[in-house]
Design a protein around this ligand. Structure first.
Ligand code: 5AD
Ligand code: SF4
Length: 456
């Protein structure tokens, strides 16, 4: 059902403030919420005090995620009573999905609760709330309906920067025993290829030069391609790279089990596909990988990385790690350190295991003591930090293509990204945001590079 028009005073459009927590998919979802609401006459604001509607787009991955949302709701309650305005408060995203009615019970200030698969119904939810004044809770998982509605031609052109996200796949059927995603985002769903291609063209028309395809299990994406062929992500990336004006493609997050030959080959032959791959392994111990239900061994992962590097030798590898998973021994942790030494990462994210209610691992008896987790995390991060530093160091003296994305702090400075996703600072001369320039890398820090432009 298309959104209905709302009577708003032409002088003062309603304002929505959206606070986004967590992953890139939430960033994408928040942008789409803004678009859905703009059809309703809302404009987005960066100032929470002037908002008529505040949306917390929440994430459930990190520890105490729900508690952090409740303290934010406490601050909003005080703001609302101080300002004396009719400010509506909504909780969206994965915490909303997981907590449902509990949110309104603990925080009666909340007017709307909706999960990640129902924000396309926002106008309807606002109407329902307007009719009765009672809190509206919407935690179904109708993901196909969501994309059906979001894919309807927008009346307003999209506004994006140079690099944009595009969700192609949602949900997860893998059920890693530590993870809430299969419960909060629901079953795996792939958007149809023609819709993805249409959205990508729209983004490129709006000035986007780099698109990152998003999905909890992005490389599980599959669909009907052109001429009736079954497509996997490799085909989709190749079709996207035919779009004129689109210069760079990336995708995240991938599962090792879904890296098929098509996708690996694309890394070798598709020049628009950037040489960077986030491929979480979580642990290097086969015993722990099994307990996590990751469905592969350490050796299989290492062999897979070898095949990816055969296709694209300079690829920057990235990963997620969990230390202190229930039952993890010193030997298991040593196996993780070993795997890291064998693979060598350009960058990585690492976390202490923390139990998520409702997940199988959370009720394991053999939880690892906090101080052991802390020590292991420090050791792992030291090694990953060294590897990141040497990856960056190896870029010194090289000439890299840099896509200029935004202004830097200093006069004339622009910040761009290398093919390996490093931030690069340069004095940009005549070049503008959206240009790709050749940069000779001069200095290297832990998180960024600097250099000067050279002739192409
Ligand atoms: N404890 C610690 N880390 C977790 N992650 C997901 N669930 C948990 C948990 N219960 C990490 C995984 C995942 C990343 C997004 O967050 O490493 O890949
Ligand atoms: Fe969570 Fe595992 Fe699915 Fe990734 S693959 S979203 S870690 S269940």
């Amino acid at each position: 059902m298309p959104p209905t028009l709302q009577e708003t005073s032409p002088a003062a459009p309603s304002k929505v403030f959206i606070k986004t927590y967590g992953c890139q998919m939430n960033v994408y979802d928040s942008e789409r919420m803004g678009e859905v609401l703009s059809e309703r006459g809302y404009v987005t604001t960066q100032a929470v005090e002037e908002a008529d509607l505040v949306i917390l787009n929440t994430c459930h991955i990190r520890e105490k995620a729900a508690e952090k949302v409740y303290s934010e709701l406490g601050r909003l309650r005080r703001l609302k009573s101080r300002g004396g305005r009719d400010m509506k408060i909504a909780v969206a995203g994965c915490v909303a999905q997981a907590e449902g009615e509990e949110i309104v019970r603990r925080a009666p200030v909340v007017d709307l609760v909706f999960g990640p698969q129902t924000y396309h119904r926002l106008p309807d939810l606002l109407d329902r709330h307007g009719e009765t004044g009672a809190a509206v809770i919407e935690t179904e998982l109708p993901v196909d309906e969501k994309f059906e509605i979001l894919d309807a031609p927008a009346t307003k052109p999209v506004r994006r920067g140079v690099a944009a996200f595009l969700t192609v796949q949602e949900g997860c059927d893998k059920f890693c025993t530590f993870c809430v995603v299969p419960y909060t985002r629901g079953a795996e769903f792939s958007r149809p290829a023609d819709r993805i291609l249409a959205e990508a063209r729209k983004l490129v028309d709006a000035g986007v030069r780099e698109i990152t395809l998003l999905g909890q299990n992005v490389n599980a994406w599959h669909g009907d391609g052109l001429a009736g062929h079954d497509w996997t992500l490799g085909h989709l990336l190749n079709a996207l790279s035919d779009i004129d004006g689109l210069e760079r493609l990336r995708y995240t997050t991938s599962h090792p089990r879904d890296m098929d030959n098509e996708l690996i080959t694309a890394h070798g032959v598709n020049p628009k596909l950037m040489p960077y791959l986030h491929l979480p392994v979580q642990s290097g111990s086969d015993r722990i990988l099994k307990a996590m239900n990751r469905k592969h061994t350490a050796a299989e992962y290492i062999e897979l990385v070898g095949r990816i590097r055969d296709a694209r030798p300079d690829i920057a590898m990235s990963s997620d790690f969990i230390v202190g998973f229930p039952g993890e021994t010193d030997a298991d942790f040593a196996a993780t350190m070993d795997l890291v030494r064998q693979v060598t990462y350009a960058q990585a994210f690492s976390f202490k295991y923390s139990p998520r209610p409702g997940t199988p691992a959370s009720t394991e008896a053999s939880q690892v003591p906090e101080e052991v987790k802390t020590a292991r995390l420090a050791e792992l991060q030291a090694l990953l930090g060294e590897q990141q530093a040497s990856f960056n160091e190896a870029c010194k003296g090289r000439v890299l293509d840099v896509l200029l994305e935004k202004p830097g702090r200093q006069e004339g400075q622009l910040i761009g990204r290398s093919p390996y996703l490093q931030s690069v600072f340069i004095n940009a001369g005549d070049h503008a945001i959206g240009d790709t320039v050749k940069v000779a890398i001069e200095t290297v820090g832990p998180n960024s590079l600097t250099g000067h432009m050279v002739e192409a």
